[in-house]
Design a protein around this ligand. Structure first.
Ligand code: ATP
Ligand code: LTN
Length: 334
């Protein structure tokens, strides 16, 4: 009998300040899954440069994101938290996988369509092959599960397709990964336009709650959240604003949506918004305190960065060597 844990991989980009959507849809699940799996959590800085970045800002944000992973409760001694750019295998495998991915498949990616419409002056090849690098991230570690928000599902599907295609030619090289979508909070919507997802690149600051927002701003943004004129608190598609507030409340309190709906039976929107504000504050305040403490401990964070990059590179290289051999690259002479 083996008690080896299954492998989990996920990553986040250090572009912009993280929102409550990123936390409830991704980071919070990562923390809950950390004990059950052998986990790799990457700060995917190589993906970030598909959009033009200020180097100093990117460096600062990448470090803040890595620190935030720890502040959120992921133990960096038990889980591998590292920068993607510190493990060269990501780029090397991505190149090989590029040769097993079709232009047609990549053209169908909605994220590519959205981002290229938004950055018309810089539709670079990296933006187009972004999903291939993401596939390389996941496949390098032979991940079984990949926790992401619903918006990343299409990228998970293409990862599976690429892995299956490769395996069908060369044998069982890659583990075929499964997406893990959390039950609550999988898609948190904008507070100002509940038809759109809450996004860190939203231009309207009232649309998103940022993880580092102070309590008063959080309460104010919740109070201003767009609802409707129905006047009843029900969880249904016809009331997307109220539905979103119930989702946020449930995800922050750990209650089921049904429980939350019962709790607000007969209440007005004002009461709901106030309760949501308090629930969000009570989740984010301890996170912020821990983040500020960790940020000061430079030597500790540096140690984590060094040790985990080595650990990740070791695992990544094992897969990479196997793949290189399969496709026919000459053996290394030692
Ligand atoms: P951008 O606005 O720059 O595109 P983003 O806010 O969509 O960024 P990503 O870096 O693309 O964030 O996503 C990080 C993780 O957070 C992913 O797993 C993604 O699925 C999840 N996520 C992002 N936005 C939401 C949301 N509104 N609700 C739930 N999960 C989300
Ligand atoms: N594309 C993802 C970030 C990401 C990722 C990954 C997520 C890059 N590589 C591997 C899971 C697994 C995003 O934009 N959220």
């Amino acid at each position: 009998m083996t008690n080896e844990k299954q492998i989990l991989f996920s990553g986040m980009q250090a572009t912009g300040s993280l929102t409550l959507g990123n936390y409830l849809g991704a980071l919070k699940n990562w923390v809950n899954l950390a004990d059950e799996y052998e986990c790799y959590y990457s700060v995917v800085d190589m993906h970030s440069i598909t959009i033009r970045q200020d180097p100093a800002v990117l460096r600062k944000r990448a470090r803040a994101l890595l620190t935030l992973y720890i502040a959120a409760g992921i133990d960096p001694e038990k889980n591998c938290i590292y920068y993607q750019s510190h493990v060269s295998g990501h780029a090397e495998l991505a190149w090989i996988l590029n040769c097993f991915t079709y232009m047609g498949e990549l053209s169908r990616m909605t994220q590519f369509k959205d981002k290229s419409a938004k950055h018309t002056d810089n539709i670079n090849a990296g933006l187009f092959t972004y999903p291939v690098l993401m596939a390389a991230d996941i496949l390098l570690y032979q991940a079984n599960v990949v926790p992401v928000g619903i918006d990343q599902m299409q990228h998970l599907e293409i990862t599976r397709d690429i892995a299956q295609r490769f395996n069908s030619i060369y044998g069982d090289v890659f583990t075929i990964p499964e997406a893990y979508i959390g039950k609550v909070g999988a898609k948190i919507m904008s507070l100002q336009d509940p038809a759109r997802k809450m996004s860190k690149s939203d231009e309207n600051p009232n649309a998103s709650i940022y993880l580092m927002d102070d309590p008063d701003s959080i309460r104010r943004k919740c109070k201003r959240a767009v609802t409707d004129s129905e006047g009843v608190i029900l969880y249904r598609d016809e009331q997307p604003g109220v539905k979103n507030l119930l989702d946020i409340y449930s995800a922050c309190t750990g209650k089921s949506v049904d429980e939350s709906v019962k709790e607000f039976d007969g209440c007005g929107y004002g009461q709901l918004k106030e309760a949501v504000g308090e629930a969000v504050v009570s989740v984010l305040q301890p996170l912020q305190t821990r983040f500020k403490e960790l940020e000061k401990d430079k030597a500790y964070i540096d140690g984590i960065i060094r040790a985990n990059a080595e650990k990740a590179a070791y695992t990544a290289n094992k897969t990479l060597r196997k793949v290189q051999k399969k496709v026919g690259f000459p053996e290394r002479i030692r």
